[in-house]
Write a protein that binds this ligand. Structure first.
Ligand SMILES: NC(=O)c1ccc[n+]([C@@H]2O[C@H](COP(=O)([O-])OP(=O)(O)OC[C@H]3O[C@@H](n4cnc5c(N)ncnc54)[C@H](O)[C@@H]3O)[C@@H](O)[C@H]2O)c1
Length: 453
């Protein structure tokens, strides 16, 4: 099929390259010139495992454009995957989606049939609104063609984006027209049936089950995305709330999580207590859901509480430091991990970034460390002489008074704690992800503080 993707971010680029890999003719439209130039040069503008290798495999078959062109007009399926960042009041900003839809509408040809898909996470009702806007634009342009709208929410995890695109649990499609549903079934068929040959760098995992193809109405599809993210966010917040109580009574939340997660009804995933969730999805999607519900007069206290618990975990880390040192003025704190989670360079709403901001307000100096995300962290933290940036954790901790592990990068799994301790001024280790065995850390002379243990 001929497919256009609008937006080459984490979702658009991953989806576009994956669709090309399984045999479609793909055009990717991205308005940021820098990203298009990088892509044309075979470089990925974002860090995602396997993405650059996949780009090398499919590059010749993908057209990269800065503005929509004839490839868009000739597409059967057009997927809008632009950002929906939070507005100041917490609502999702759908203006990028609306603008993209208008640009798409201007490319549509008389007499042709198109399936236009919104993959961006959008508030309930947006697909219908955008569908109306496209029809209005076509009327203005005096173009008569068939447009079938579909909502196709995305569930990929950053750091695992390509894996999730090729081996998803489910593909959700919300649509009114049979044509849109059959187009998307055809589009995803090699993934639904797992008939493609896996790329050598991303083999199909043993026991991969065929993804569910869930067809529903448009509003339910929009709701599924928000409900999924809200549920995952509150599962983490729940264990973090329990972790706080564990700290008060001397229980170990790691054992508690195991004790409850082995119950099949609960499950182990998303039960790792820590300094909370961040990223470009859970914070903005929970807030957009709450704002949307508020608008229609519906209270969502559970989602609201999940957010409250999440954000207090960031403050709690600094409170632990203050309880130990009394005052953080002039103390040097090494923060290991800036990305909101391992495997990505994304620092949007990263707990580490907020913790650094609080540390600076408290008068501390910060040595910030990350293997991939320094460039993005610099952009959000700005030029500040109280912050030094390091890729190497052993350099970052030199002369530090305390370490906070904020992101559990796998390449730090076998940390040499003796080496880390040897050049530090004070030996306090705050394990914000309960990543290390407390005894291992303590053996090197550290005072170890995890979350809820
Ligand atoms: N990142 C994730 O993990 C994830 C997962 C699931 C769903 N989502 C949702 O998918 C959507 C996209 O997320 P993302 O993280 O990929 O965003 P992103 O900010 O990384 O990428 C969006 C891209 O769209 C481009 N863009 C905006 N308007 C454009 C236009 N008119 N024409 C061409 N390009 C345009 C931007 O320049 C940017 O490169 C959001 O709604 C998000 O909530 C994201």
């Amino acid at each position: 099929m001929n497919v256009t993707i609008i937006g080459a971010g984490y979702v658009g680029l991953t989806t576009g390259l994956a669709l090309s890999y399984i045999g479609h003719n793909v055009c990717i439209v991205e308005k940021e010139k820098r990203k298009i130039e990088l892509l044309k040069a075979g470089k990925s503008p974002i860090y995602e495992k396997g993405l650059e290798e996949l780009l090398a495999l499919v590059k010749k078959n993908v057209v990269f454009l800065e503005t929509p062109g004839k490839e868009v007009s000739n597409s059967d399926v057009i997927i809008i995957a632009v950002g929906t960042p939070p507005l100041e009041n917490g609502e999702a900003d759908v203006s990028y989606v609306e603008r993209a839809a208008k640009e798409v509408a201007d490319c549509l040809l008389r007499g042709k049939s198109y399936t236009i898909v919104i993959k961006s996470t959008v508030p309930i009702g947006t697909n219908d609104k955008v569908s109306w806007q496209i029809k209005q634009r076509l009327k203005e342009n005096k173009i008569s063609c068939e447009v079938n709208m579909a909502s196709n929410p995305e569930f990929l995890r950053e750091g695992m984006a390509l894996y999730d695109a090729l081996y998803p649990d489910r593909i959700v499609v919300g649509a009114r027209s049979e044509k849109a549903i059959s187009d998307l079934q055809q589009l995803y068929n090699p993934i639904l049936q797992q008939t493609f040959t896996p790329p050598h760098f991303l083999p199909r995992p043993n026991g991969t089950k065929l993804p569910h193809f869930i067809v529903t109405d448009i509003i339910s599809a929009e709701m599924i995305k928000y409900a999924a993210n809200a549920f995952l966010a509150l599962k983490i917040s729940f264990i973090n709330e329990i972790a706080g109580l564990c700290e008060k009574v001397g229980a170990d939340v790691v054992d508690v999580a195991k004790g409850i997660g082995t119950d099949k009804r609960i499950g182990m995933s998303f039960l790792n207590a820590g300094i909370g969730w961040g990223g470009s999805c859970f914070p903005k999607d929970t807030s957009a859901l709450l704002e949307f519900a508020k608008k229609i007069g519906y209270d969502m206290p559970i989602v609201s509480a999940a957010r409250e618990v999440n954000y207090r975990a960031r403050r709690a880390v600094v409170d632990k430091l203050k309880a130990y040192f009394g005052d953080l003025m002039g103390k040097t704190i090494a923060v290991l991990g800036l990305a909101f989670k391992p495997g990505t360079d994304d620092v949007r709403e990263s707990p580490a970034i907020d913790i650094i901001k609080i540390l600076l307000v408290e008068g501390a100096n910060v040595k910030a460390c990350d293997p991939i995300a320094i460039e993005n962290a610099r952009k959000v933290l700005g030029a500040n002489e109280e912050i030094g940036f390091f890729e190497d954790p052993y350099k970052a901790t030199e002369d530090a008074d305390a370490v906070i592990l904020a992101t559990e990068w796998p390449n730090w799994a076998n940390m040499d704690f003796e080496k880390l301790a040897s050049k530090m001024r004070n030996l306090l280790f705050i394990d914000g992800r309960n990543y290390y065995e407390p005894e291992e850390v303590k053996k090197a002379g550290f005072i170890y503080m995890g979350v809820g243990r």
